[in-house]
Design a protein around this ligand. Structure first.
Ligand code: C5P
Length: 309
């Protein structure tokens, strides 16, 4: 894919969150990251990232929306760093103002910060009229974080290495998710650190995604996928946020095909048996008050895309 060289005064990009259907973790590598094998699915929960003019060659970044109050100073913001990387890499003198409309939970295990970086790469590439392919953007994204390439690609993919080496994978059917946003945040490095303490002897050298889960995914056996969802970070996340055990149990008792902590948590994702079942489960979980917010989403959905005005 080559981005058309069309000059817009403002470029709007919509970028999806992800759920890991499998998250299998190996040992810690020399670079401090963990070797992992994961299956990503992009879901219909989005942040919007816009690029617009900014004077004096500056990059500025404003975060709005439901989750905006939880975002730190701009230099911590991965979207800001994405724009800075693109600007220096291609010798751009012009500035850009980024606006992020944030709905993906912050530090929620759904790669919201990475989605914003992915959105910023696409929006700025278009805004600065750079003719970059999807592969170019994904390569730049991998330099910013392991989870940045996937929101550009979207759909369903196997991730190896730190999670950034992606292979798109066939997935049949529509997945209906009920997402329970937790009342607290859970920083990813803390969860990996706890994982290390809990699993000294049990980490595989080369983790692999389960074959039976891959088979269920490609044949569209969503019920079986629900049974086979796996996340090696579950114990670590629950050790840091013990209330997640009750959240998982409550959803399972209320009726779902499977329940999983999303990534490093603390968002919990429940796979429902269709649209109607998802709505029923969402109503039940809302009434029980087990989460800060309950949201519905479907997957897989396409990766970051430019919105037409
Ligand atoms: O990729 P990103 O920088 O967002 O990851 C955040 C942190 O999560 C890393 O600094 C590391 O502590 C942990 N991590 C890891 N192994 C991975 C991915 C993330 O240890 N494969």
């Amino acid at each position: 894919m080559t981005l058309a060289a069309v000059r817009d005064d403002e470029v709007h990009v919509r970028v999806p969150a992800k759920i890991n259907l499998a998250l299998c973790i190996g040992g810690r590598r020399a670079d401090g990251y963990h070797e992992l094998a994961t299956i990503f699915q992009a879901v219909s929960l989005y942040d919007d990232v816009s690029a617009s003019p900014c004077p004096d060659g500056l990059i500025t970044c404003q975060v709005i929306g439901a989750e905006s109050h939880k975002i730190g100073p701009k230099d911590d913001n991965l979207a800001y760093r994405a724009a800075r990387l693109l600007k220096s890499e291609y010798g751009i003198s012009e500035g850009v103002h980024l606006t992020i409309d944030k709905r993906i939970p912050v530090a929620g295990g759904m790669a919201g910060g990475s989605a914003d970086a992915a959105g910023a790469l696409l929006a700025c590439a278009r805004y600065w009229e750079l003719r970059l392919s999807l592969d170019d953007l994904m390569t730049l994204g991998a330099r910013l974080g392991a989870d940045v390439p996937f929101p550009l690609m979207g759909g369903c993919a196997i991730g190896l290495g730190r999670g950034e080496t992606l292979t798109p994978t066939l997935s049949r059917g529509i997945y209906h998710w009920v997402l329970a946003f937790a009342k607290r945040e859970l920083p990813t490095p803390d969860v990996f650190r706890r994982f290390d303490l809990l699993t000294t002897d049990t980490r595989p050298e080369a983790p692999q995604v389960p074959r039976d889960l891959m088979m269920a995914l490609t044949t569209g056996d969503i019920t079986r996928v629900g049974h086979l969802l796996v996340n090696n970070l579950t114990e670590a996340a629950c050790a840091l946020a013990p209330e997640l055990r009750a959240t998982l149990r409550t959803g399972r008792e209320a009726g779902c095909l499977g329940a999983i902590i999303s990534g490093s948590g603390p968002t919990v994702a429940f796979l429902a048996d269709g649209d109607r079942a998802a709505t029923d489960l969402a109503v039940t979980l809302s009434s029980l008050g087990i989460a800060r917010e309950i949201r519905l989403a479907t997957g897989p959905v396409p990766g970051a895309s430019i919105l037409k005005d």
